[in-house]
Each structure stands twice: as structure tokens, then as C-alpha cells.
Design a protein around this ligand. Sequence first.
Ligand code: HEC
Ligand code: HEC
Length: 264
Amino acid sequence: MARQKLKMSLILMAILWTVVMMAVPTSATLFYHGHEASNLPEQEVDIQMGKTIYSMSCIHCHGVQGKGDGGASIFIGPYSHPRSNDFTAGVFKFRSTESGHLPMLADLIRTIREGIPGIMPSFRNLGEEGLLQVASYLREAFIQRELPTKTTIKYVDHVGPYTYSIESAQRGKNLYREMGCPTCHGDNGKGSGEPLLDIRNLPIMPADLTRPETFGNGIPHEDIYRTIMTGLDGTPMPSYSDAFQGREESAWDLVHYILSLGER
Ligand code: HEC
Ligand code: HEC
């Protein structure tokens, strides 16, 4: 009987959570569109609107002070990764900048727009202006530092290796071993099965590379390229931009190999 009750309340909690998750971004959009223009300087308006959006759509996971301790955080990896970031610590995973650097504003906007599969919803509904406002609010209120406006990470986007081919994926397979990826991701990309630790000492599993739909940094070729070149700061996933120095185009081979793993 007691077990039955526990089961029922768990189901109710799950339903409530789903309803809240569905309603929150929508209410933020409604409020956003209904807001009257004020006479504050343009920059001020952005931050204030960003704060409103944050309070309605982000605060329950990321917390009042951006420390990742919002009330809903307990539902998301309380004892393990992923758990909401501490924005004030200045360590960000999803960047187009070098390892150890802050992300660009565009990186924050991309993460907020696209969301993180199974963890954080997409906030595409805010529109580019709303995304800019909430990202600017994160910078002003929590990160409290200038963000980089450029990066030295080279995006090699010429045709050639960028075009998927079986030969390119085959070259990538050799690189996968040469670069030591199997140490964490296993010979078959499914992961070594051994949990590692993240910067907060929380257990973290290396991504299952045969399931690109789980990648938080995005699945398109460019996103996987960025993951490899920049690494995911705060996690054991290192940056390989030094390893590919001077032969950046061959990193596309590795991208093609990873995408080929997902096709099985
Ligand atoms: C359902 C909970 C939830 C909501 C709602 C949510 N987030 Fe997140 N967010 C997370 C979690 C958990 C992570 C960490 C994911 C990880 O590390 O893989 C995260 C990560 C991020 C990151 C990436 C940081 C990095 O390491 O690069 C940004 C930026 C971010 N959130 C901004 C926002 C903003 C802005 C909103 C509101 C518009 C929002 N989030 C709403 C749970 C949430
Ligand atoms: C020291 C261990 C380690 C090594 C070596 C390593 N990774 Fe990772 N990798 C991880 C961990 C841990 C994650 C999960 C990070 C997370 O969940 O935030 C990850 C995540 C990833 C992801 C998914 C990122 C996303 O968007 O969520 C890709 C793709 C990836 N690694 C590719 C590679 C490739 C290619 C190599 C070799 C060039 C490599 N990794 C080497 C530990 C490692």
C-alpha cells in the first residue's frame, strides 16, 4: 500500500513537472511580447528584459544567483553530472573559444536557443532579441566579465574533407585511435563504462558516441568539430586544437568517423 502511494505521488510529480516545463517558456514569451517599451537607455532595457525572462524561464533550474541551485535542480543529476552550471564560476562547456576561456555571447545564445537534449529545453521561442537579452543578463548579473569577441580556433570549411565520404570516415577511424579517444570513449565509441569526475567532483560518463542525438553541444558537423577543437571545460573531455595544429582539416575526418558511428 505504501509503495502504491509512493508510486502514485512519483507519477503526479512527473506530470506536474512536465506541465511546468511546457508552460514556463510560453508564459515568458507572452510576457515578453506584451511588455511596453520604456524610456530606459537601450542597454538597460535589454538587461531588464533579460532579467524578466530569466526569472520566468531559467531561475527554477539555474537559481536566483546563477549558481545552479534552483529548486528544480534536484530533479536533474543531483548527485551526478549533468547538473545546472554555476555561471559565477566562469567555466563553460559549450564554447567556440579556446579551453579555459569564457564563451562568446554568441555561444551562450546558441546554447539557450538550441537547448540541451533531455536536460534543458530549447528557448527558440524567445526570438533573437529575447535570446540576446537573457544572454546579456547572464553576463551582467553572474559572469560579470567582458566576453571574448573572437577566437583563434580555426574553422576549416573548404570543400574536400568537409564533404562526407567513406574514405574520410576511415581516415577518422585511425585518428580516433591515434588521438587516444578510446581511453574514455572505448574502442567502439560506446564509452569505457567507467565514470569519471567533473570539476565539481560529480560522477560523469563519457558520451556514447554512437548516440549523437544525446550530444549537448549539437550534432551538425560544425558542432562536433567545435567540441573536438575546444573541449568541454569543467569535464574530462579535453581540447584537441593543439593536436590538430597546422592540419585542422583532418579534424573533419574525425567528425565524419563519429557521425558514421551514429548510423549503425
Ligand atoms: C530544466 C532545467 C533548466 C532550465 C529551465 C534551463 N536550464 Fe540552462 N542548463 C540546465 C542544465 C542542467 C545545464 C547543464 C548541462 C550540462 O552541463 O550538460 C544547463 C546549461 C546551461 C548553459 C550552458 C553552460 C555551458 O556550460 O556552456 C547555459 C548558457 C544555460 N543553461 C542558460 C539557460 C538559460 C538562459 C535558461 C532560461 C532561458 C536556461 N538555461 C533554462 C538546466 C536548465
Ligand atoms: C579523458 C577522457 C576523454 C577523452 C580522452 C575524450 N573524451 Fe570525449 N568526452 C569525455 C566526457 C567525460 C564527455 C561527456 C561530457 C559531458 O557529458 O558533458 C565527452 C563527450 C564527448 C562528445 C559529446 C559532446 C557533446 O556535445 O555532448 C564527443 C563528440 C566527444 N567526447 C568526442 C571525443 C573525441 C573525438 C575524442 C578524441 C579526439 C575524445 N572525445 C576524447 C571524455 C573524454
